[in-house]
Structure formats: structure tokens, C-alpha cells
Design a protein around this ligand. Sequence first.
Ligand SMILES: O=C(O)c1ccccc1NCC(=O)[C@H](O)[C@H](O)COP(=O)(O)O
Length: 257
Amino acid sequence: MNILEQICADKRVEIEERKKLVSLADLQAQAVESRPDFVEALRATPMGLIAEVKRKSPSAGLIRDPFSPSGIARGYEANGASAVSCLMDHTYFGGGAEDFAEVREAIGLPMLYKEFVVDSWQIAHAKTMGASAVLLIVGALTDGELATFLKEIRGIGLQPLVEVHDKEEMLRAIDVGSDCIGINNRNLKTFVTTLDTTFELAAMAPAGCTLVSESGIKAPEDVVQLKEAGAHAILVGESLLRETDPGVAAAHLLSLI
Ligand SMILES: O=C(O)c1ccccc1NCC(=O)[C@H](O)[C@H](O)COP(=O)(O)O
């Protein structure tokens, strides 16, 4: 089993346990305020920045300690981020609902529910948490699951960010009608990370689609190259979180755009 399969297998068990405490119907019955538009925010500047809040990852290990989700997110907001991605997974990324709620309270930017979605429960949960967008990883889903989850996310007024890593996944994302596609430069099976993934796949994105380049983005020059390749936005975590002031690092990353 590769790491993505392992995370998703564990996630299915976790969600079954969580459903025993809060059912899908309970989540769907909760009244929720509408949240700011994620895609509109990404398209409002020459290069949208989705800045990530995560403590650790399987590829990088511990990234930042001590860790203040709200402090980091406020820094991102003050320094030009368009949206914040918050990791929901605790086991592998050290995140969770507490981090998401803390960030939600601290900032007004749209938030991405960055999770390994394998069950409709998570989509309803994203809405109750105040997310604007939900990640769907094509490599972790069947075509049927992808279509169902995409419809459910849109049906409750949220926006799907559909993540791909190769040509076949890009075609699957397009076939199902994705209009916001994230090209992950990291192979989630091997952890090999190269911006060439975006350079190779960007031209496949349909006209009108919002294109996000994800992972391994470190320097202002990377951002210029990704924009030239057709990316409208970038998703960045580790390179910001390893700096003393992640907000200032975010501003620097966008400094050549
Ligand atoms: O990053 C990992 O190790 C990882 C492993 C398995 C599944 C997902 C994983 N990462 C998710 C991401 O791709 C990143 O959190 C995101 O794109 C930001 O990447 P980076 O700027 O390189 O932190």
C-alpha cells in the first residue's frame, strides 16, 4: 500500500468512528453562515496565493514547532494571501477541526478544507466548519466517487478544488466537469516533487478553468514561471512555514508578480 492509499484507508476508519458521535443528518441540519468565494478570491489578483497551515507531513516530517494556527493565518492575511488551506488530518499532518476553527475565527479569507475526502460526511463537515472550498484528490477516488462528491460540494454552495498529478488524472478531472483544478507537483506515492508537473499539464486545462499549482514552490522566480505556464494561483505550505515569519515569506514569494 502506498502512503496515499494508507492515509485514505485510515481516514475511512476515522470517519466511521466520527459518524457515531455526529451523524451526517446532524451536520446537514446545522445552520451555517455563507462564506467568501474561493475561486473569485484566487482570480482577484495576478497570482492567487493559497497559503497553508500545517504542522507536519509524511514527506517533510515536523515542519514548525511551536505552532500557532491563528498567528500564522493572520500573517498570511496581512501579507497578500488570497485564501488559507488548513489541514484537517491529525494522524499524518498534525491538523484537525481545532486548528480550522481557530483560523476561521482569526481571519476573513476563504478557507480550503484540506482533507482526504472519502465520505460525504466530510463534505457536510466542511460546510459546518465555515469552509469555502473542499479538496478532492482524483488519485484517491473512483470516477463515481469524484462525480458524486463534486456534485455534493457544489450542491451545498461550496467549491471543489480537484487535484491531479498526471495526464490520466487531468483527463478524469476534465471529464467530470471540474472548473478549479490543482496540479500537485508532488507525487503522493513517491514524494518526488517537481514544478515540471505543472509545466507539462497546464496546457490541458480547459478554457475558463482556474488552475492552481500545488507543492514544492519555494522562490519568487518559481511563481513567475508558473504564471507563464498558465497557473492562476499557487498552493504553498512548507517553504512559508519554515521561515521565522510565514506572512513576510508569503509577501516575498509574490514579490516578482
Ligand atoms: O506532503 C506530503 O508529504 C503529502 C503526503 C501524502 C499526501 C499529501 C501530502 N501533501 C499534501 C500537499 O501536497 C501539500 O500539503 C500542499 O500541496 C503544499 O505543499 P508544500 O508547499 O510542498 O508544503
